[in-house]
Design a protein around this ligand. Structure first.
Ligand code: LLP
Length: 414
């Protein structure tokens, strides 16, 4: 059974009618399916089963404690990009030895905390970061486990804002500097060189960019090997694309075969950092139609969710499916689905055929990743509540914010 499906025409999250969820918990509301999270995670686990591996869920995609807890219970590792995410993972019961730390701008405080907590590996993104980490570890009389993030200069064939593996991007270390930096790292007593890391972009639906990147990385691994630098893991990043509109999602079995083949007989554990593939399809955003309005050219559905709740359409012109929870029998009209925020970019979708009336509920699909986590309080709008459905139960996993709480830390001049 699909985790979000229709029963007698009504959209359900597992056995819960979305109309009932909206009634009980209000809108806008993010709804996650525990079983959907688990089954997506399991796809990676099954596909990589025959090879030593660690799935490090990219926390940034959806960092709700309940999401992290569900994955930690499966034995997941985590890919973090801040001290905040580290604290979340630990609060949700994640194991330090299953945590990798990515990101171009790790502060000294973040590096120190992560080192003391004993994370699995630092994905170092520059020479300057290597020096900083080396000095911190030396001062603490510790040894930092390190992987260098290589920028393989391949085109990920995705939106430029979520493409990260080209030379012009700020991420990683250029191929031509890699050997030299590995040799330096190998000489540093407070650094333990463990692996190689790479992440070329997000929402990749073609296998070719992965193949190109792997070919380059494996070439480097072999070169290092011949220089006496032996790596124990290869972290291939995340980026696995899902179906938002009509794209074929990345085939995880095919992807895993490609990685396992590239690694061949080399003794390299495979690490992978999927975010969107696990969390995206496991969530929807429920919103209620406040007003319908029309002019000569257009029909608008003004809803109670806005760009502050889901910024992907405004930020990347991202397309996400919008469905009526209980479609009417009337002829559909083409609506621009817009929020109440005072910006023309405040839309969730344009020209969507919908059979709706005022007060009806809409669901924005594939909203589990880069949804709530990117939300803001713009226009002093409290952020939405989050609910997780598990079996026949629905649990609030984050309360809706109160308006008063939004300015409680502010003060006026004496
Ligand atoms: N690892 C690293 C180092 C990353 O930077 C990312 C995502 C991931 C893993 C997970 O990538 P995924 O499997 O989710 O594609 N806000 C954008 C996506 C930004 C992705 C940033 N990095 C969006 O809404 O499309």
């Amino acid at each position: 059974m699909e985790h979000f499906h229709r029963r007698k025409g009504v959209l359900h999250a597992q056995s819960y009618a979305c109309s009932q969820l909206a009634e009980e918990f209000g809108t806008p509301l993010f709804v996650y399916s525990r079983e959907a999270l688990e089954s997506a995670w399991q796809q990676f686990s099954d596909a990589l089963e025959k090879h030593p591996h660690l799935i490090c869920y990219a926390v940034k995609a959806n960092s709700n404690l309940a999401v992290l807890d569900v994955l930690a219970r499966l034995g997941s590792g985590f890919d973090i990009v801040s001290g905040g995410e580290l604290k979340r993972v630990l609060a949700a019961g994640g194991e330090p030895e299953n945590i990798v730390f990515s990101g171009v701008g790790k502060t000294s405080a973040e590096l120190t905390d992560a080192l003391e907590i004993g994370i699995r590996c630092f994905n170092v993104e520059s020479e300057a970061e290597l020096d900083r980490l080396g000095a911190i570890a030396a001062a603490l009389d510790m040894v930092a486990p390190v992987s260098l993030r290589i920028n393989p200069d391949v085109d990920a064939q995705t939106h430029p804002y979520i493409s990260t593996g080209l030379k012009e991007n700020k991420f990683g270390i250029n191929m031509d500097k890699a050997i030299e930096l590995y040799q330096r790292a190998e000489q540093m007593p407070s650094i333990n060189v463990q692996g190689m890391d790479c992440h070329i972009g997000s929402q990749l639906t073609n296998i070719e960019p992965y193949q190109d990147a792997l070919e380059r990385l494996i070439g480097l691994v072999d070169q290092l090997d011949s220089l006496g630098i032996k790596l124990s893991h290869l972290d291939v990043g995340g980026g696995h694309g899902i179906c938002y509109q009509d794209e074929a999602p990345l085939d995880i079995d095919q992807w895993a075969r490609c990685v396992i083949d590239a690694v061949g007989e080399r003794e390299l554990e495979i690490l992978v950092e999927p975010g969107r593939f696990i969390a995206g399809p496991a969530g929807i955003l429920l919103t209620r139609v406040e007003y319908l309005k029309s002019n000569e050219d257009k029909h608008f559905a003004v809803v109670d969710a806005a760009m502050n709740d889901l910024i992907r359409p405004a930020l990347y012109s991202a397309w996400q499916a919008i469905e009526a929870v209980e479609p009417r029998d009337t002829e559909p009209k083409q609506y621009d689905v817009v929020g109440p925020v005072c910006e023309s970019s405040d839309f969730l979708g344009k020209n969507r055929p919908l059979s709706i009336e005022q007060g009806d509920l809409l669901a924005v699909m594939q909203a589990g990743a880069y949804g709530f986590v990117m939300s803001s309080n713009y226009n002093t709008r409290p952020r939405a509540a989050e609910v997780m459905v598990s079996g026949d139960e629905a649990y609030v996993v984050r309360e809706r914010e109160n308006v008063e709480d939004l300015f409680v830390d502010e003060s006026v001049l004496p």
